[in-house]
Design a protein around this ligand. Sequence first.
Ligand code: ATP
Length: 254
Amino acid sequence: MLSRAMPDAVLLRTERLTRAYGSLLAVSDVDVSVRRGELLSIIGPNGAGKTTFFRLISGETVPTSGRIWFNGADITGMPQHATTRLGIAKSYQITNVFPHLSVLENVRVAVQGYARSFNFWSRADQLGDVRDRAVATLNSVGLGTKIDMLAAHLSHGEKRHLELGIALASDPILLLLDEPTAGMSPEETDATMGLIRELAAGRTVVLVEHKMKVVMGISDRITVLHQGQVLAEGTPEEIRANTRVQQTYLGASR
Ligand code: ATP
């Protein structure tokens, strides 16, 4: 169903999105718009509903009520394999990497899996295309010199970059990043911030992140969730200056 209510500049929009678990409203009446090409961060204290919101967008969780539009289509309640086909990819906080495969194989499998689901490359002589695309993807996440290494031998930061490569294998329109710098050293965090900025130059990115330095440094806009609801939204400067945000969240997380 096409939505006339969604201007072209908006890639993703939720309207009164709600997910209840029993009497608990994990996400409650959330209206969020993500513009094409922007990097939006979702922040909020533990239990604010960030992960649930992500799972609703990716199709891992079905909303109790409300609607989700993506790229002109109503995707409310669509399963994850369907949202992936429409161009939504998610990089997980929990590692998605096969440790006993090489770096290249990890991404090649992801490229091939996605291609097969479309029957893009059904002939064996086109497997070279799959390899080329996997190598290009690995170059884009800074792992071009490590393609033959076993994934198990990568550092933690490099594994997270490989996960990014796996998510990028489907060439998504919207990239969802779940705490992309979790568990990283300050150096790895800085390198990953730089990488996300580069990746965001060519696509739309929504990320959930706890580290304020990361969020303030790379976001175009920030949405603050609190107890399942939108507490505030705005540019990093507006969020930093927002008294309600300072009182309920920022003060505690600095
Ligand atoms: P964190 O920063 O700690 O990851 P969050 O902002 O991602 O938190 P959610 O994980 O979305 O928050 O959880 C929001 C609320 O919904 C919490 O109270 C959580 O306990 C509850 N919740 C989430 N998933 C489920 C579930 N499958 N069953 C029951 N309750 C759930």
